[in-house]
Design a protein around this ligand. Sequence first.
Ligand SMILES: [Ca+2]
Ligand SMILES: [Ca+2]
Ligand SMILES: [Ca+2]
Ligand SMILES: [Ca+2]
Length: 308
Amino acid sequence: MRSPRLGSVTRTLLLAVTPTLCAAGCFVDVPPALTGGSSDGGDATEGTTTSTTLATTGDIHDDTDASSKGCPTTSPPGKWYLDQDGDDWGVEPAQIACDEPPGTAPERGDCDDHDSERFPGSLEVCDGEDDDCDEIVDEFSPVNEACHGCALAERDGAPHWFCKVDAIDWVAARAACSALGWTVDLLSLHSEADDLWARKQVEALFEGGDPMGTVWIGLRRADPHWTGCEANPAHWEWSDGSPVDYSAWSMGQPDSASCDPMCEPVDALDAACPRENCGQMLYMLGGWNDRACFSAGVGYACRAAPPP
Ligand SMILES: [Ca+2]
Ligand SMILES: [Ca+2]
Ligand SMILES: [Ca+2]
Ligand SMILES: [Ca+2]
């Protein structure tokens, strides 16, 4: 049986201990290992697990070669995964038995087998955790349309976050996106429809209150051109690695403003040698603008890869 959802007091406590969007220091540049639940055990592993389980759980079935001889009923033996929180989703190791042993489940994929509210298909809520076990934290769901200052939405199956902050640089904004999941990056835009939709989300977030509002997106100047002053739209790329197949630069942009060719920036945040190497959306005026990566944006937009 699944227990009821957490009460509001418990949720409040969870929120209180949840860092708000990891403004710095939680950048994930290496995809974490998949949870045991979503990995494929493979035949060799399954064979090992089976023999071990039968050796240690002899009372489940008295046939040490169950896979070949079958069960008393017409069904072959089933594979049952350890389910410690009773949410009907299990984890490795598996047992082989004719009938479901106590404390097991027929499916694996539980990302937290000590929390009955987190399992594949659970409703995502704003609690700093991945409730539906898709390796993305606090994404849009029918009961999660806003979270930690971000408006949440889904487009073509891909979760989006449109976040309003006091001040954030491009690098910190990208880190905040990455902290939500290893498939999450700053937003990339690939069609006029994408662009208009995104701009509408941002307008709604700011309620039209900041005509100069600048929202970081995943535009950055590509490495070979990073230290130069040339203002060439062909020198830009998306941080998520997707192709630049659409552009919506504002008139006269990118312009590499204030670029001093005599200095060499140490990194993207080198204020002593500014380079307009990062891209933002001017959502009220329309279009994109190049800007120094260390400058303060008042928002950023993230997107997770759509499910395969
Ligand atoms: Ca479970
Ligand atoms: Ca669980
Ligand atoms: Ca999730
Ligand atoms: Ca959550």
